[in-house]
Design a protein around this ligand. Structure first.
Ligand SMILES: [Zn+2]
Ligand SMILES: [Zn+2]
Length: 345
């Protein structure tokens, strides 16, 4: 920091980032300023870099998974100390709209979104300070703690699809960071067989280490045949799609048993449509869940699983690069060389 300036990475247009000095954000009475220690690359950042983001208005700061130290505190805040290690969620709901009142804060009509983790400092607005700020214990890294947002999304999805004790759970796209969190949470939720499906052997190896009971490389084995064989011909009780690809959304429907549940987790480009076999959905009574984002409660649960190390976060952070090399980090994550990259300002 020099003369109220900081280094930050700006998103200018698809494929175009700029590393430059910008003003350190000013804080209001209810906000805090956090000195970013570690920010994580997320699939959303990779997509934004490649094709832009419908809700971002470039040039803009971006990045939303981070851990850091409280650097300045608004005059209206009590009970927070300078230097405290914290992780903050990237959103906070209004708690007054129709959806919030129905416990669906992830669908809030006035969801406050905070971006700018790919910088030396980030302002955390009061609403997020109140609802989505966690103190990081001494034995947890900034980067590990920064998983609270994506892990919260995973937990929110599994809360919808309700895994029961002994369920067979298939995860499509299991080798990505989201898939690897899904399989860990599924195990903890009591799943019996956890079947990891991916196209990358190295990632399937990680899935195996994190608790997958069977891995399937779908370029060599037919997941449908393998899963039928494992489940006396039925199919999986629960199938979780986390590849963010149309083919994966479709595959999920092929792998589920009669009366089973499908979670379509990975977002697809706007306007994309999918073909459904209505006979299958109707007579086989398939339940399909769409899922978006997380609630303060699922973030809270996520932080507990990180704090208690029920979820292994370290295994998902496979590289570290300085902020100036963010573009390289996004490419590494995009082409599968890294699962998640820790960005250090
Ligand atoms: Zn994220
Ligand atoms: Zn709301």
């Amino acid at each position: 920091m020099q003369n109220g300036k900081m280094k930050a990475m700006l998103f200018l247009a698809p494929g175009k980032l700029e590393y430059r000095e910008v003003k350190i954000p000013e804080i209001g009475a209810s906000d805090i300023l956090v000195k970013v220690r570690t920010a994580l690359t997320c699939g959303t950042d990779v997509k934004t870099f490649k094709r832009g983001h419908p809700k971002y208005n470039p040039p803009t700061l971006f990045g939303h998974e981070f851990g850091g130290d409280v650097f300045a505190i608004g005059s209206g805040i009590r009970g927070l100390q300078i230097g405290t290690r914290v992780v903050a969620g990237n959103t906070a709901p209004c708690n007054t709209c129709y959806y919030c009142k129905h416990g669906q804060q992830n669908l809030c009509e006035d969801l406050m979104v905070n971006l700018g983790a790919f910088a030396e400092f980030i302002r955390v607005p009061g609403r997020i300070v109140e609802q989505n700020l966690f103190t990081i214990p001494a034995d947890l890294d900034y980067g590990e703690a920064a998983l609270v947002e994506p892990l919260g999304c995973v937990i929110h999805g599994q809360d919808l699809v309700k895994i029961e004790l002994g369920d067979s759970v298939a995860v499509v796209g299991a080798g990505g960071p989201i898939g690897l969190m899904h399989l860990q949470v599924a195990r903890h939720n009591g799943a019996g067989q956890v079947i990891a499906i991916d196209i990358n052997d190295a990632r399937l190896e990680v899935a195996h280490h994190l608790g997958a009971t069977r891995t399937i490389n779908s370029t060599r084995e037919d997941p449908k045949a393998v899963i039928r064989e494992m489940t006396a011909g039925r199919g999986a009780d629960v199938v979780i799609e986390s590849a963010g690809a149309l083919a994966a959304w479709q595959l999920a429907l092929d792998l589920v048993r009669k009366g089973g549940r499908v979670l379509w987790f990975g977002g697809l480009p706007a306007g994309m449509r999918i073909e459904l076999d209505t006979t299958h959905i109707h007579y086989d009574e398939i339940s399909i869940f769409g899922v978006y984002h997380l609630t303060p409660l699922s973030a809270f649960k996520a932080f507990e699983l990180l704090r208690t190390r029920i979820v292994d976060a370290q295994a998902l952070i496979t590289a570290e690069l300085p902020l100036a090399r963010l573009e390289e980090a996004l490419e590494m994550m995009g082409d599968g060389r890294a699962i998640k990259v820790a960005i250090v300002p």
